[in-house]
Design a protein around this ligand. Structure first.
Ligand SMILES: *[C@@H]1O[C@H](CO)[C@@H](O)[C@H](O)[C@H]1NC(C)=O
Ligand SMILES: *[C@@H]1O[C@H](CO)[C@@H](O)[C@H](O)[C@H]1NC(C)=O
Ligand SMILES: *[C@@H]1O[C@H](CO)[C@@H](O)[C@H](O)[C@H]1NC(C)=O
Ligand SMILES: *[C@@H]1O[C@H](CO)[C@@H](O)[C@H](O)[C@H]1NC(C)=O
Ligand SMILES: *[C@@H]1O[C@H](CO)[C@@H](O)[C@H](O)[C@H]1NC(C)=O
Ligand SMILES: *[C@@H]1O[C@H](CO)[C@@H](O)[C@H](O)[C@H]1NC(C)=O
Ligand SMILES: *[C@@H]1O[C@H](CO)[C@@H](O)[C@H](O)[C@H]1NC(C)=O
Ligand SMILES: *[C@@H]1O[C@H](CO)[C@@H](O)[C@H](O)[C@H]1NC(C)=O
Ligand SMILES: *[C@@H]1O[C@H](CO)[C@@H](O)[C@H](O)[C@H]1NC(C)=O
Ligand SMILES: *[C@@H]1O[C@H](CO)[C@@H](O)[C@H](O)[C@H]1NC(C)=O
Length: 493
């Protein structure tokens, strides 16, 4: 494919560089997650860090990853490209959800949404089928795009999808038989994969004119490189329907349940609202609704303010108050780190870490492989980096409270030494254990053996060196407050 100036941001952000960033290795597991460089300067909210790094990391580190504040790995999922890895509530229980699949260099993807319980058992695999036309001509088992995997209060799932379609693009500098991407979203029944509702931006061309797109058609417009007029990237369930973010329109659209557009907010003109204060945004991600009433709502978003071809300013976390009575939009908050201004050309997320507007805010900077947390006054309290800028990306990143006891056993690797053995213990994904007991069973089939050592947990993997061992077998147990939560296999050495 020829270089595409019009989607330079996409080429920059999704065709990511070679691995150079330092990574960790372990003896008890074959993982190679990127190391986190952490600067904590204040009090963070509770919770662990959920990231999905890709590109520029070791293949055995490109996965859904959980870290603690000190940068220790807590969990690594299967090796795959992921997005939206986070904790959500399903039917009143905490679950982890993430998208996995193919990300295309064009800036969208085809995949499935995985839902895991607090033992990491996959309890739902959500797919989307239909007569989708793909940019690479291949058919897929599921056409869920990477950009959204949001569980609604009704326990349904909101996802996005991109469909290639031929359209008259003469109004935007193309021709009458050009190809474009339509932006769809679907509300899906999680248990049955039944489509409960769907929406297409192109079906609303009268209210969302193609000429209002900020994405230049450039050399796009072919079936392999269709023009990405809208770039849908976030859907929130609202009191009356949905709030849809269209990045290339610099806009959010509030829809009725039936898909009718009720109002829209624009990052440069205000749209249906008169702007007051700092309300400008462009190329945004992760637009979310809070405190919705019939009189108004709070809109939080990740304001990239940049693409590869256009820079409006520094990337900010933006909080806006929309007044539906007097039709105004007012800037409440614009977050950035004065000591580390960032221009993120793609991706990113904004997470309010509580119900109050003055709760901490956690931001993932997308194409810049950093996460930052701000306190209620907008002061930076935490920064972590997991790759080189524009080489490693995480589409979104979150801080989530998560407590899990995996269905699998702890892992044990025993390395014989001249007078004993080095014992390496880990339990991928286990959040709440504080120590290890070490036993010397008499055979691989022996379930009990005398305890020969113990140790306080040290991060992901704990190492203990032992001498004068009574048998050639080791077994270990992970404990919390003296109670055994899980035991490894018996390992000969
Ligand atoms: C086992 O010990 C040897 C000798 O100390 C060392 O070279 C090797 O890296 C160790 N293996 C693992 C997996 O830690
Ligand atoms: C995708 O677009 C094609 C071509 O316009 C159309 O035939 C097909 O129905 C669309 N798919 C969906 C799921 O809307
Ligand atoms: C949620 O609970 C309801 C009622 O028990 C059940 O019918 C439904 O299948 C559950 N949904 C999911 C996604 O587990
Ligand atoms: C329209 O433009 C495409 C390239 O985007 C080209 O392949 C096609 O031949 C053009 N069609 C007409 C009718 O000019
Ligand atoms: C869809 O919702 C809008 C706004 O609530 C309403 O005016 C319109 O009549 C509805 N259309 C249909 C087809 O139900
Ligand atoms: C917001 O964007 C508009 C349109 O580009 C511009 O005229 C205005 O100066 C901007 N306002 C601020 C506060 O930057
Ligand atoms: C929602 O409203 C409550 C009550 O007015 C307020 O305390 C809280 O800060 C608001 N949350 C947001 C996100 O604005
Ligand atoms: C952490 O702080 C040091 C010293 O100010 C700085 O050099 C480094 O870039 C910072 N790293 C991150 C990830 O903020
Ligand atoms: C362990 O048990 C398995 C299955 O019962 C048996 O085949 C094997 O011989 C036993 N090994 C030892 C060392 O006792
Ligand atoms: C190890 O065992 C000893 C003796 O039972 C106990 O006093 C100590 O607290 C244990 N240490 C750890 C880290 O569990």
């Amino acid at each position: 494919m020829a270089p595409l100036w019009s989607s330079a941001s996409v080429v920059l952000s999704l065709s990511l560089g070679a691995a150079a960033w330092p990574y960790s290795t372990y003896s008890s597991m074959g993982f190679q997650p990127p190391q986190l460089e952490v600067n904590q300067t204040g009090t963070t909210a509770d919770g662990l860090l959920f990231l999905g790094p890709r590109g520029g990391v070791q293949p055995a580190g490109q996965a859904a990853l959980i870290y603690d504040n000190a940068g220790n790995l807590v969990y690594e999922g299967p090796e795959e490209v992921t997005a939206n890895f986070m904790v959500q509530q399903l039917n009143g229980s905490d679950v982890i959800t993430f998208w996995a699949g193919d990300m295309l260099d064009l800036g969208f993807g085809y995949g499935t949404v995985h839902i895991l319980d607090n033992t990491y058992q996959e309890i739902h695999t959500v797919t989307l089928t239909g007569d989708f036309v793909t940019a690479d001509g291949q058919t897929r088992e599921s056409y869920i795009d990477l950009h959204e995997s949001h569980i609604t209060p009704q326990n349904t799932l909101l996802v996005t999808a991109y469909n290639v379609t031929q359209h008259d693009l003469t109004s935007v500098g193309g021709n009458s038989t050009d190809y474009m991407l339509d932006s769809h979203f679907y509300e899906i029944d999680i248990s049955t994969n039944e489509i409960l509702n769907s929406w297409s931006a192109l079906d609303h061309e009268d209210q969302i004119p193609l000429t209002t797109s900020h994405q230049k058609i450039g050399v796009s417009g072919t079936s392999e490189n269709p023009w990405d007029a809208y770039h849908i990237n976030a859907i929130t369930a609202t009191n009356h329907g949905y709030l849809v973010s269209l990045r290339h329109m610099w806009s959010g659209f509030y829809l009725d349940h039936n898909g009718t557009i009720i109002w829209h907010i624009s990052g440069d003109t205000g749209g249906d609202f008169a702007p007051s204060g700092n309300t400008n945004f462009s190329w945004q991600h992760d637009m979310r609704v809070h405190n919705e009433t019939d009189d108004g709502l709070i809109l939080n978003l990740f304001n990239n303010a940049n693409t590869g071809s256009d820079s409006e300013g520094d990337t900010t976390g933006l909080s806006l108050s929309i007044n539906l009575q007097d039709k105004t939009v007012t800037g409440l908050k614009s977050l950035s780190d004065p000591n580390d201004p960032i221009k993120s050309v793609s991706q990113g997320s904004y997470q309010l870490l509580g119900a109050d507007e003055d709760a901490n805010v956690f931001m993932d900077y997308g194409s810049i492989s950093k996460v930052k947390e701000y306190d209620g006054n907008g002061n930076i309290v935490f920064t972590a980096q997991f790759g080189d800028d524009n080489a490693v990306a995480s589409y979104r990143g979150y801080r989530c409270q998560w407590s899990a006891v995996p269905f699998w056993k702890p892992s044990l690797y025993v390395n014989r030494t001249s007078d004993g053995a080095s014992v390496y213990m880990s339990w991928n994904g286990a959040t709440d254990y504080d120590s290890w007991n070490i036993y010397a069973p008499s055979s691989v089939n022996s379930t009990a053996g005398p305890q020969i050592g113990n140790a306080t947990r040290t991060g992901f993997e704990t190492r203990v060196d032992l001498t004068d061992l009574p048998t050639n077998y080791i077994q270990v147990s992970a404990l919390q407050d003296g109670n055994i939560l899980g035991s490894s296999e018996v390992v000969p050495f």
